[in-house]
Design a protein around this ligand. Structure first.
Ligand code: J2J
Length: 531
């Protein structure tokens, strides 16, 4: 694992960013401070901090008795249920390293996470949203599979608690997933110390207090609902988290009314759906104070409608699982809240905006203030390298440790960033990230496909959708429908199946394509935009 240089780490400790506390120890102190307050609410569960703490202790002992050792990686694929929280804290207390899969991931992705992390176990559910997760996990796992809801899990959860050694707070706490722009998603190693710093500050910046109620609307394993300020920020403040089984307006509004939700976080298409539904809902949404919107660009027009429609304050957030998170502040003037994606959490988040079309590619010449450029960043909670990815790390990071975010931004004098585009080969489908190359590789596994290029096309609802241009093998031309069917059978998350497939005799742009896939994609994207 690429770590921060010792000199830098010492500075982060001295500044009080890294405090030497693990997530397990955090839960112990939360239990002491907020014992009888509600911590987590599910469809038919309601746990106090004391109950959550006890469950996490029992599970930790159960995991250890079940053969999980310090440092073992464990893929966690759970929907928004309270057990997500007890399992993850249980693993932390056992010294294990959760690997966060999303419920949408299928066997091809799960297999990749297991292989890449050399995971010793998978923790999942049975049937969820029409998919048999337990069966999938058993086919993919190299070790044990624990299924929430099965008798064996209940036994594990009833284990007598025991004393366990504290893991290293500066060691790897979990592996988060990157949106990815190359072949397969990379794993992001986060430490207790670095993540807790971002969680603590996020809770403060978003105004969380013990009376707050956070609605986890998005899949809670994702970095945004987990930590910005998310489930962990809410716990940190002594506040309750309500787990929404689905993010649609009907479900969310029902929970907002029933639980007195004060804060939530959504991606722009969901914000738009909530805004639309608010006009005709019979629900009382008056408890809602703040709605965080991020994961993809929230345009000014939508931003202006959110406050009036939902009767709350908009807070924009621009974050990434690799680290850097920016928020508009609750006391920022309207113009900044409506037209920027916020400023970094930490005074020690370093932001470098460099010329993106530099012919010397990686010379990283800093642009004039206020000009558009590619965003590089480093700081007390931004990783210095992906997990087991030395080759990729050479290009994803600068020599002096800046992460190349692949985002095009403009920085205001106030430090606020406006996200204006992207330099990475990725499609942002309403907050869900699709790596062009990963989808192309799946398409090319079809015997009738000679070449494929996947690009973003503008979409009114999602912001962007995926379009796959496919050049068929001569005499064996698959139809667009056949290719979509083929992709659905590849065992990938449904959001990665191309929305549009165009089977073409040759790529409809000349002079490129022979040179680089990157240029080909750029030309195709420009063409797709014109349509
Ligand atoms: C434009 N692009 C954005 C925004 C993220 C909080 C919020 C989001 C994420 C997240 C997160 C954007 N406007 N407001 O981890 O803690 C795009 C950028 C960025 C990429 C990261 C969090 N907010 N993005 O979305 O790891 O391209 O994290 O680099 O999934 O999402 O994606 P991800």
């Amino acid at each position: 694992m690429n770590l921060w240089p010792e000199e830098t780490a010492a500075r982060y400790r001295a500044s009080g960013y890294w405090r030497g506390q693990t997530f397990g120890a955090l839960l112990t102190s939360l239990k002491e401070a907020y014992a009888d307050r509600t911590a987590v609410v599910g469809e038919d569960q309601r746990w106090t901090f004391a109950e959550l703490d006890e469950r996490a202790h029992r599970l930790a002992a159960g995991f250890v008795a079940g053969g999980i050792k310090q440092g073992d990686r464990v893929v966690v694929q759970l929907p928004n249920v309270p057990e997500f929280v007890s399992v993850v804290f249980g693993l932390w207390r056992a010294g294990a390293v959760p690997v966060f899969a999303l419920p949408a991931h299928r066997d091809s992705e799960l297999r990749h996470f297991v292989e890449q992390s050399e995971a010793q176990a998978i923790i999942t559910v049975g049937e969820h949203a029409g998919h048999n997760h337990a069966k999938m996990a058993r086919e993919v796992a190299k070790g044990k599979v624990f299924v929430v809801g099965e008798p064996e899990f209940a036994e594990l959860a009833a284990t007598e608690p025991c004393e366990l050694p504290e893991p290293d707070p500066e060691g790897m706490a979990f592996l988060q997933l990157s949106g990815g722009s190359t072949g397969l998603p990379k794993l992001i190693p986060r430490t207790h110390d670095d993540y807790l710093y971002s969680v603590r500050e996020s809770a403060r910046i978003c105004g969380l207090k013990k009376e707050s109620v956070y609605l986890a609307a998005l899949p809670v394993a994702h970095n945004f609902p987990l930590s910005s300020p998310g489930l962990l920020g809410a716990l940190h403040a002594g506040a309750a988290t309500v787990m929404a089984p689905r993010p649609d307006a009907d479900t969310a509004f029902r929970l907002i009314e029933a639980e007195g939700v004060t804060i939530s976080g959504v991606v722009p298409p969901l914000a738009a759906a909530w805004v639309q539904a608010a006009a005709r809902t019979g629900r009382d949404l008056s408890s809602l104070e703040v709605l965080l919107v991020g994961g993809a660009k929230c345009g000014r027009e939508l931003a202006e409608r959110i406050g009036p429609a939902l009767g709350c304050q908009l807070q924009q957030v621009f974050g990434m699982a690799e680290g850097l998170v920016c928020y508009t502040r609750l006391d920022d003037p309207d113009d900044l809240v409506l037209s920027t994606q916020g400023r970094p959490i930490s005074p020690d988040d370093e932001v470098r905006v460099v010329n993106p079309d530099d012919p010397l590619a990686k010379s990283d010449r800093v642009v004039e203030p206020g000009e558009i450029g590619a965003l590089l960043t480093r700081g007390p909670y931004t990783i210095r390298g992906y997990y087991n990815a030395d080759e990729h790390n050479k290009t994803a990071f600068t020599e002096d440790g800046f992460y190349r975010t692949g985002d095009l931004v403009r920085q205001r004098e106030s430090g606020h960033l406006e996200v204006v585009g992207r330099a990475k080969e990725q499609i942002n489908r309403g907050g869900e990230k699709v790596a062009a190359e990963e989808v192309e590789n799946h398409l090319m596994a079809h015997p009738g496909v000679l070449d494929a290029a996947v690009v973003a096309v503008p979409d009114e609802y999602l912001g962007e959708r995926t379009c796959a241009y496919v050049v068929p093998v001569e005499g064996n031309q698959p139809s667009a429908a056949e290719l979509r069917r083929f992709m659905r059978g590849r065992g990938i998350a449904a959001f990665k199946v191309p929305d549009l497939v165009e089977v073409v005799g040759e790529f409809p742009v000349t002079g490129v394509g022979k040179t680089s896939k990157r240029e080909l994609r750029a030309a195709l994207a420009a063409l797709a935009k014109e349509r």
